[in-house]
Design a protein around this ligand. Structure first.
Ligand code: GLC
Length: 473
């Protein structure tokens, strides 16, 4: 994979990086805006702010989609734990450090020699997820820096060849299986070590090498560890995987393609071929949309855009810094209040929340973050019946929303209206009773053919999510 870039290529690459960094900065700006908004009122979280992931141009091929019955566990799960861990954790500057700092591959690669990960335990990670009330996990097996946390036949840039000498993914998946936790794997097809990623036409054979790596490693990940429940690709939708970078046009010369214009060069990841292989190895695996194929669900990232017509998941960070660990992570954690509001907002709109933590360089998830996750778990152990296995009902950013099952409607009140009154659409079943969840305290209600009206709502204990259960006959 040896290569060198000439002066023109380097300057073009810098342009590309500048663009990407600007977009990343934009994301950080958006995070800051969101935090501000959260501070004032989390209800505004449902505002639509466009992210740089446009969803156009992915290959729409429904023949690969999982049937409803195989998606059900995922839809019922509602809450998953995302873990970003890799060489970048050692640097503590986020998972984009290599790229941001323009680190030479071999210089960055030296981090491998200090990858001792003395406190890593797959069991602990799974335990943290369990205590948080998560029903599934997604762990980075290889991020854009190209360093694999598993035993792979492609090269020696992996955890087996670092001082830790372990297949971390195996340990994690084994622990998940043992604990009955659904095991998901994150995998980034793109790899910054390959110039073919940046210049797919100019370094076509190199790009093909990168593609081969993806096929081989995805094959390994889905063959060597038993059942894998989720495959979570990364690299944007068509945007980055189709190379956001530079295009050549005889007249115009080199130009930046822009994020909303699909790449039209000769390289293709052949996402349908890739995911057909995935399906043949793991027939019921749930696949996200970032391989260039539409996937079994849609992803929203950091910014909650709200309900979608397909199954969807919002991924975001518990700590509003980077996905990979930074020393500021514990100080910048979302409050419990924010976490609960976010989870409830997502679930009322029929989505899942995949909440990320970045373990420290030694592999341990910071105690402060573990504690916050436990607190979410406490909320879920008391109120889980109103979250898990439900379907999103109505959503009204001024007060909250509902989740429904065959037997009940749960009214999640995140802000009690000044008049203590909430009006809901009519349902055909009769309401047998209305009570605050976990209590015997009745709520005044009136049901007619046109509407349901709850009256006299009061949040005496000042709960983040005041839940009324309407039991259906
Ligand atoms: C973005 C980030 C990437 C992270 C991913 C998680 O794509 O750039 O680093 O892994 O989001 O969704």
């Amino acid at each position: 994979m040896a290569f060198s870039l000439n002066a023109m290529e380097i300057s073009l690459l810098k342009d590309y990086m500048q663009l990407t960094v600007t977009l990343q900065n934009l994301m950080l700006l958006k995070i800051a805006v969101i935090l501000n908004v959260m501070k004032r009122s989390l209800f505004f979280l449902s505002l639509i702010i466009i992210t740089h992931h446009s969803f156009a141009q992915v290959v729409v091929d429904s023949s690969l989609l999982l049937p409803e019955k195989d998606m059900q566990w995922w839809k019922d799960s509602k809450f998953g734990l995302f873990i970003h861990f890799g060489l970048y954790s050692v640097l503590g500057e986020g998972e984009w450090a290599m790229f941001y700092k323009r680190m030479d591959t071999s210089e960055y690669g030296k981090l491998k020699d200090s990858f001792t990960v003395s406190k890593f335990s797959g069991k602990n990670w799974v335990n943290v997820a369990k205590q948080a009330g998560c029903k599934y996990m997604v762990v980075t097996s290889r991020h854009h820096d190209g360093f694999s946390l598993f035993n792979t036949s492609v090269g020696n840039y992996n955890s087996m060849n670092s001082p830790v000498k372990k297949d971390l993914i195996k340990e994690y998946v084994d622990a998940a299986h043992e604990a009955g936790m659904k095991a998901g794997i994150y995998y980034s097809p793109l790899d910054w070590r390959y110039p073919g990623f940046f210049f797919p036409d100019l370094y076509y054979s190199n790009a093909l090498e990168m593609k081969k790596q993806t096929y081989t490693q995805v094959h390994e990940l889905l063959s060597n560890y038993g059942k894998i429940d989720v495959l979570w690709y990364d690299g944007g939708e068509d945007n980055w995987l189709g190379f956001a970078g530079l295009m050549w046009d005889g007249g115009k010369g080199w130009y930046t393609r822009g994020f909303n214009k699909p790449y039209t060069g000769k390289f293709s990841w052949e996402p349908v071929k890739l995911n057909s292989m995935v399906r043949s190895l793991q027939p019921t695996i749930v696949i996200n949309p970032r391989s260039g194929w539409m996937g079994d669900f849609n992803t929203q990232e950091v910014t909650l855009r709200g309900r979608e017509s397909r199954p969807w998941e919002l991924c975001t960070n518990l700590s509003q810094t980077a996905w990979g660990w930074t020393p500021q992570a514990a100080d910048r954690m979302m409050s419990l209040d924010s976490c609960v509001r976010l989870l409830v907002s997502v679930v009322c709109q029929n989505g899942n929340l995949l909440l990320n933590v970045g373990p420290k360089p030694d592999g341990e998830i910071e105690p402060a973050q573990v504690q916050r996750l436990k607190e979410i778990g406490d909320f879920l152990s008391k109120n889980g019946e109103s979250i898990y296995g439900t379907t999103g009902g109505v959503w009204d950013a001024t007060w909250g929303g509902t989740t429904v099952t065959d037997k009940a409607i749960y009214v999640h009140i995140l802000k009690v209206p000044a008049d203590g009154k909430i009006t809901l659409p009519a349902v055909s079943k009769k309401i047998a009773s209305a009570k605050y969840v976990g209590t015997t305290i009745k709520v005044n209600f009136r049901q007619s053919d046109n509407e349901i009206v709850l009256n006299g709502i009061a949040n005496k204990e000042n709960k983040t999510d005041l839940i009324v259960k309407l039991t259906l006959k």
